[in-house]
Design a protein around this ligand. Structure first.
Ligand code: KIV
Ligand code: ZN
Length: 513
C-alpha cells in the first residue's frame, strides 16, 4: 500500500487560531508528543516572524528526534536564511517556501506581477536548496487561481529544486471533486512532478477540509497537511485525527496507509486542547467526548450484542479506554506511578509526579472512584502548568436565589498571603473580582467554558477561560469537583501565565499566512 505522509502544522498554522499563544516549553512538549504520534513532518513555526518563533523552531530542531522539522519562509532572502538557521541542528530539516498564486492575492497582498512572483519563487527555492535537500513550495489560494499560472509557478519551483509541491486551499473554497481535479491537473501538468511529493493543505471554511484532503489523496497527493483537532486560522485546518482514521478505517477504499501511532491520537488531542485552551466539541469525530458513546436504547442493545453494529473503529485504536475505575484512596505512590506508565505517561519528572500524586490523593478524598479520564485530566493540567507566582490557598463563597453572591479568596505570592472579598453577579463573578483586587492586573474575561470529566454527581468539572490583559490573550484551566473552585483555579492559572510572560507575541510586522 502507498504511504501517505502526515505533515503536522499544529505549531504553525494551528497556532494562528485566534486567541491561541503557546510558549516555547509548550511547543516542545507538543512536538515531542507529535514525535510519539509518529508524524512524518512537524512544521514547527515561521522563524522570521519573531525571536520567540525562531527560538521555538531551533529548540524543537535540536531536541525532538524522529520527524523532519520544517520551518516556514516567504519568497524572501531574509526569511529563507532565518528558516535555514533555525533548522540547522535538526536530524532532518525542511524549508517550506511559500508565495501566492491567485490574482486576488497578487494584486492586493503581494502587489507583484506574475513574472515577479515566478522570479522570486525560482530565486528563493534555489536559495533554500543551498541549505537543505528537503524544500517544500506552496502557492497560497490555489483554488481561486488560474491553472495556467499555477502550472508555470509549480514548474519554476520544481525546476529550482523543490522536493514537495503543496497546493493550498487557503480560504477553504474548493469542493472535493473540483479540488481533486486541480491536484491531478498540477501533478500531470508540471514537468518533473512525478519525481516530487504532491501535498494538500486545506482550510475548513465550508467544513470540507478533510473531504478535500482525501479527494487530493485520491488524485495522487502523497502528503497531507493537517492539525490536531483541526485548529488553525478562522475555521481551522483539516483535522489530523479525522484524515488519519479515514485512511486507516477505509484502507480498503483508499489503498493507502500512514505511519501514525493511532493509539496516541486521543492523548495528543487532549494535550493540544489543554495547552491551546481550545475545547474539543463533544460530537467531534474520533476525539470528541461522544465519539464512542451510544445513547439510544436500540444502539446500546446492538453494541452489547456485537460492537460492530454501531462502531466502525474501536475506541482503543485511537487511545481511548472506557474511563473505568482504576484507582482509589488506598492506592499508593508505586501503584499510581504504574498506572501513569500504563496510560503512556512514562516521562514525568519527579516534581511533576509528586504534584500529581498530591492532587490524586486529594481527589480520592472528594470522589469515590477515580477513573483514567480523571487522571488524564489531572496530568493535562499539571503538564501545562507554568511557575506558580500565585498560589490559591482557599476560596469561599455564598450565593442563593435571594442574596447577593459573595466570595472571599486567599492567594499567596512571593510577597505574602493576601485575602480579599467581593460581591458579583454570581459566585464565579464574585471570585474573579476578588482575585483581580489581589493581583491588581487589568483582566477582561473573553470566554468561559465548563465540561464534566466523566459523569456522576461527584464528577470533576474542567473550566477553561480566555482572558485578555493589556493586549495579551491567555488561556487558563482549572479542575475540581467544585465548579466554582475550578473556575478560581482557571483564573489563577491565567495570572500565573501572565506573570510567566505567556501570551500571543506580536509578529514584528510580518503578516502570518
Ligand atoms: O493556508 C495556506 O495557504 C498556508 C500556506 C503557508 C501553506 O498556510
Ligand atoms: Zn494554512
Amino acid at each position: 500500500m502507498a504511504h501517505v505522509r502526515i505533515f503536522d502544522t499544529t505549531l504553525r498554522d494551528g497556532e494562528q487560531t485566534p486567541g491561541v499563544a503557546l510558549n516555547t516549553a509548550q511547543k516542545i512538549e507538543i512536538a515531542k508528543q507529535l514525535a510519539r504520534l509518529n508524524v512524518d513532518i512537524i512544521e514547527a513555526g515561521f522563524p522570521i516572524t519573531s525571536q520567540g518563533d525562531f527560538e521555538a523552531v531551533s529548540r524543537i530542531a535540536r531536541e525532538v528526534q524522529g520527524p523532519v522539522i520544517c520551518a516556514l519562509a516567504r519568497t524572501a532572502r531574509a526569511d529563507v536564511e532565518r528558516a535555514a538557521e533555525s533548522i540547522e541542528h535538526a536530524g532532518a530539516g525542511r524549508i517550506h517556501v511559500f508565495t501566492s498564486g491567485s490574482p486576488i492575492h497578487l494584486e492586493h497582498m503581494l502587489r507583484k506581477t506574475e513574472a515577479e512572483v515566478l522570479e522570486a519563487t525560482a530565486v528563493n527555492v534555489t536559495l533554500a536548496r543551498q541549505y537543505t535537500d528537503d524544500v517544500e513550495f506552496s502557492a497560497q489560494d490555489c483554488t481561486r487561481a488560474d491553472l495556467g499560472f499555477l502550472i508555470r509557478l509549480y514548474t519554476a519551483a520544481v525546476t529550482a529544486g523543490a522536493t514537495t509541491i503543496n497546493i493550498p486551499d487557503t480560504v477553504g473554497y474548493g469542493m472535493p471533486e473540483e479540488y481533486g481535479t486541480l491536484v491531478r491537473a498540477i501533478r500531470e501538468g508540471v514537468p518533473g512532478a512525478e519525481g516530487v511529493h504532491v501535498s494538500t493543505h486545506c482550510h475548513d471554511d465550508l467544513g470540507l477540509a478533510v473531504a478535500n484532503s482525501l479527494a487530493a489523496v485520491g488524485a495522487g497527493a502523497t502528503q497531507v497537511e493537517c492539525t490536531i483537532n483541526g485548529i488553525g486560522e478562522r475555521a481551522g485546518n483539516a483535522s489530523l485525527e479525522e484524515v488519519v482514521m479515514a485512511l486507516e478505517t477505509r484502507k480498503d477504499f483508499w489503498g493507502h496507509t500512514t505511519q501514525i501511532a493511532t493509539r496516541e491520537l486521543y492523548r495528543t488531542s487532549r494535550m493540544v486542547s489543554m495547552m491551546t485552551g481550545t475545547m474539543v466539541p463533544p460530537n467531534k469525530a474520533v476525539v470528541g467526548d461522544n465519539a464512542f458513546a451510544h445513547e439510544s436504547g436500540i444502539h446500546q442493545d446492538g453494541v452489547i450484542k456485537a460492537v460492530e453494529t454501531y462502531e466502525i473503529m474501536s475506541a482503543e485504536t485511537v487511545g481511548r479506554d472506557a474511563g473505568v475505575l482504576v484507582m482509589g484512596k488506598h492506592s499508593g505512590r508505586r501503584a499510581f506511578r504504574k498506572t501513569l506508565v500504563e496510560m503512556g505517561y512514562e516521562e514525568l519528572g519527579d516534581d511533576e509526579f509528586n504534584a500529581l500524586f498530591t492532587q490524586f490523593k486529594s481527589l480520592c478524598d472528594r470522589k469515590q472512584t477515580v477513573t483514567s479520564d480523571d487522571i488524564r485530566a489531572l496530568v493535562d493540567v499539571e503538564t501545562a502548568r507554568v511557575p506558580q507566582t500565585y498560589l490559591l490557598e482557599s476560596v469561599q463563597f455564598q450565593s442563593g436565589t435571594a442574596m447577593t453572591p459573595m466570595a472571599t479568596v486567599k492567594l499567596t505570592t512571593d510577597t505574602g498571603t493576601y485575602e480579599e472579598a467581593a460581591t458579583g453577579d454570581g459566585p464565579v463573578d464574585a471570585v474573579y473580582k476578588a482575585l483581580e483586587r489581589i493581583a491588581q492586573v487589568p483582566l477582561t474575561l473573553e470566554g468561559y467554558e465548563i465540561r464534566s470529566v466523566g459523569s456522576g454527581k461527584d464528577a470533576l468539572g474542567e473550566v477553561t477561560v480566555r482572558v485578555s490583559s493589556e493586549g495579551r490573550s491567555v488561556h487558563g484551566r482549572g479542575l475540581s469537583t467544585d465548579v466554582v473552585e475550578a473556575s478560581a483555579k482557571a483564573y489563577v492559572d491565567v495570572l500565573n501565565k501572565l506573570a510567566a510572560g505567556v501570551g500571543r507575541a506580536s509578529a514584528a510586522g510580518v503578516a502570518t499566512p
